[in-house]
Write a protein that binds this ligand. Sequence first.
Ligand code: GLC
Length: 533
Amino acid sequence: MENNIWWRNAVIYQIYPRSFADSNADGLGDLPGITGRLDYLADLGIDAIWLSPFYPTPDKDFGYDISDYCNVDPRFGTLADFDTLVAESHRRGIRVILDMVMNHTSDQHPWFMESRANRDNPKRDWYIWRDTPNNWEACFGGRAWEYDPSSGQYYLHLFTREQPDVNWRNPEVRKAQLEAFRFWLERGADGFRLDVFNAYFKHPDFPDNPPRFGLRGFDRQKHIYDMDQPEMIPLLNELRTLLDSYPDRYAVGETYLGSAQKAASYCGADKLHAAFSFDFTSADVSVLMSGLLYSWKPRWIMQKVQERDRIFDAAGVWPTTVMSNHDLPRAVSRYSRGEEDGMAKIIMTILLTLRGTPFLYQGEEIAMRETPLEHSEIVDPPGRKYWPIYKGRDGCRTPMQWDDSPHAGFSSVTPWLHVHPNYRQRNVAAQQADPASMLNFTKALIALRKSHPALQDGDFLPVAATRHILAYLRRNETGAILIAMNFSRRPRTLTLPATLHPRERLLTSAQGTLPPSGQALPLAPREACLWLC
Ligand code: GLC
């Protein structure tokens, strides 16, 4: 496995641009807003930012429906603003990763406008048109095929009907898409996050997907013909050759409906550098939606970590760790209630001390909570469709909470989604001033990850996974670090193996905790701590 490569050891911070910082008082965040906050990010200690889409978009899926791959939506700024953002990021040692949404475009993309104009249009074959639909379902609800009365055919859309899937089998499409990558590489992008990349190719014969047990239409099918086709691998080879023609570039794929096995299979020296396996989120999302179980338990986590690491190790590739992103209910709200941050610190500790590249989602460092929204406030298409069974993704996309001024310092006007009402207490400024805050804890963890190589590339060795305690070691030739967490609200004791001797406490989320006595390490309620051994 390649060692000491920036992205392996990096902490990557996801920015959802429209909710990060609004510099021009229109209620939407923008690129200059991000540039204005780079010092904050540098101080946090992150190595790279991943920007969710900022390209021109009619906003049917809030930027994930792109109408021009090679531009900036005027509401988010200009190409010159992008250049400034890249230059200023680089000046601070922060790399910039862009979100490439290339499974589909917006239906307002000129390519699709031409394609739908008539059956003989040279761009007709740039999208997927058929006389008769098959049984495929759209992820956001309903059939995946939309009838176009003027040309009398159906086009495919795996997401909303305003997001037609492009035909990656057409060589001109392939060329045009790779050119878009090149455009941003030339402008200084350090890498890409590939949106639903494993759905680019569909089976050429469009067979019906077989049924499976599931809650929604989309879940009630096995997705074997609408994604993960073998043609993806040669395309990744080609993309990797392009990336490797520039120094130090990186690509991480969003493996749609991906297991660790599947994600790992797309990574390697001639494929993607990394692919999300969502080990700590996906099980819980379905659990959460059906409201059945609460699986955020030490044993479950330990099992997930070991399973993931075994699969990625066997493939000789490096995993990623994700707890939250713009598609999921924030982890702290999935796994805890109320405003107390004990569980948030446990989640952050796991995120930043496992093997694999951690991805932090904006606001996670201050433990922003999922924002409760009324039905009338929901703008996210699947949320509107499935309310109240599924409330959509707006709750994790509300504005960043910078300070206690109106609109949380995000904007001087009413933002596109309202700010979480807890912003008066929960905000960056307040937490900067509090040594025991989530923010300072996160900063300390990132700094430890940087200064202790065992936390980057060290082996993962399980120590305990009981009803209440999760503990493991990260160890390499430079040393060993014990990470111990008490999930319960009562004090507990971790009994250490005889060979383990904690020498120095590097960090704890609790106050006034006791030192170890013999092989007994006392843990305060909800404590997360790191010890040098
Ligand atoms: C990915 C994105 C999500 C988007 C979808 C369609 O899953 O993360 O936000 O809605 O793709 O582009």
